[in-house]
Design a protein around this ligand. Structure first.
Ligand code: NAI
Ligand code: 1J1
Ligand code: MG
Length: 270
C-alpha cells in the first residue's frame, strides 16, 4: 500500500475546506451531512482518541495532527495520546475515548468501543468518493447529454476502488472499469456486471472515479468537458493543464474526507 508522506499532508487544512465547499456545490450537502446520510448515523459527542503507532514504517509526520485537525474542523472532540501503541491505547481508553483512531502500514481503523462498530479507511474512502459522483446533481452539468449522467468510469480497482465500484453498482450507475493490471481487470469484469474500458476504442465520461497510486492516469480521450473527477488517489490523477483544458472539477484530499466517512460509519444510528 502506498503510504502517506508528511509532504502529502502539508496543505490538507486548505484542501479540506475547499473540498467540503465543493462537495456542497456538487451534491447540495456538505461532507458531514452527506456522511450522516450515507450511514444513517449521527454524532452524539463521542470523544475520539487518536493513537500514534510506531509499527512498521513508524510515525508519519502530520498524520495524527491531521486527524485531530479534521475532527476539530468539523466540530467534534478528540485528542492525540502522548504515548504510542499499546501504552497509547491504554491512555486513550482511560482518558474516556469512545472511538479509537489508529493506523499501521496495513490498516487505518476507527473503532467505536461503546457499540463495537469498526471501520476500515480503504472501504470508507471508496464509499465516500464514489458517493460524491452518485450525488452530484444533474444541474451541475448544464447542457450535458443526459445519457452521460449515469455513466461512470472507475480507474484503479484495488482496496479503495473495489468498495467504490460495489457502491456505484448498488447505486445503479452504469460503470466502465479500467485497471493497469490485466489480471485485476479480468477478475472484475468476470465478477461484476460492468464494462471494460478499452483504450483502443476510447470513450469519454462526465463522471470519473480514480484510486491509483499513479499520476496522470486520466487520458484526454476519457474526458467530456465539464467532467467531475472524484479521486482519493495520491498523487493526483490529472495535471493542471488537462484540468483547465477540459474544465474538470476535481474532488481530492489526502486524509480528512475518508476519515469523516469512517467516523460516521461507526457512530450510532440517528
Ligand atoms: P491498491 O494498490 O490496493 O490499488 C490500486 C489499484 O490501481 C491496483 O489495482 C493497480 O493495479 C491499479 N493501478 C496502478 N497504476 C495504475 C494506472 N496507471 N492506471 C490504472 N490502474 C492502475 O491501492 P489502494 O489501497 O486502493 O489505494 C489507492 C490510492 O488511494 C493510493 O494512492 C492511496 O495512497 C490512496 N488513498 C487515499 C486516501 C485518501 O483519503 N485520499 C485513503 C486511502 C488510500
Ligand atoms: C500510518 C498510516 C499509513 C496510510 C490514509 O501513527 C502513525 O503516524 C502511522 N503509523 C500512520 N496509512 O498512509 C493510508 C491511510 C491514506 N493512506
Ligand atoms: Mg480522504
Amino acid at each position: 500500500m502506498a503510504l502517506l508522506t508528511p509532504d502529502d499532508l502539508k496543505n490538507m487544512k486548505n484542501a479540506l475546506v475547499r473540498n467540503d465547499r465543493l462537495i456542497e456545490k456538487l451534491t447540495g450537502t456538505d461532507l458531514k451531512t452527506m456522511c450522516a446520510d450515507i450511514y444513517g448515523t449521527a454524532w452524539r459527542h463521542e470523544k475520539i482518541g487518536i493513537i500514534p503507532i510506531t509499527a512498521g514504517g513508524g510515525i508519519i509526520g502530520r498524520f495524527s495532527e491531521s486527524l485531530l485537525h479534521t475532527i476539530r474542523h468539523f466540530g467534534m472532540e478528540g485528542f492525540i495520546t502522548e504515548k504510542t501503541d499499546v501504552a497509547g491505547y491504554y491512555e486513550a481508553v482511560t482518558a474516556g475515548a469512545d472511538i479509537i483512531l489508529m493506523a499501521d502500514d496495513y490498516t487505518f481503523a476507527a473503532h467505536n468501543i461503546r457499540n463495537g462498530k469498526i471501520a476500515h479507511n480503504q472501504i470508507c474512502t471508496g464509499i465516500v468518493y464514489s458517493e460524491v459522483l452518485v450525488r452530484t446533481r444533474d444541474e451541475f452539468f448544464k447542457g450535458a447529454d443526459s445519457g452521460s449522467l449515469n455513466r461512470v468510469l472507475a480507474i484503479g480497482i484495488g482496496k479503495v476502488g473495489r468498495p467504490a465500484l460495489e457502491n456505484l453498482i448498488a447505486r445503479g450507475c452504469d460503470v466502465c472499469v479500467y485497471d493497469a493490471d490485466p489480471a485485476v481487470l479480468d477478475r472484475i469484469v468476470e465478477e461484476f456486471d460492468v464494462r471494460r474500458y478499452d483504450p483502443e476504442k476510447p470513450q469519454s465520461f462526465l463522471k470519473i472515479f480514480e484510486a491509483t497510486p499513479c499520476a496522470d492516469t486520466i487520458r484526454e480521450e476519457m474526458l467530456i468537458p465539464g467532467a467531475v473527477l472524484s479521486t482519493p488517489g495520491i498523487p493526483c490523477a490529472i495535471g493542471k493543464e488537462k484540468r483547465v483544458k477540459y474544465n474538470v472539477t476535481t474532488v481530492q484530499e489526502p486524509l480528512g474526507i475518508g476519515t469523516m466517512s469512517m467516523l460516521y460509519q461507526v457512530f450510532d444510528k440517528a
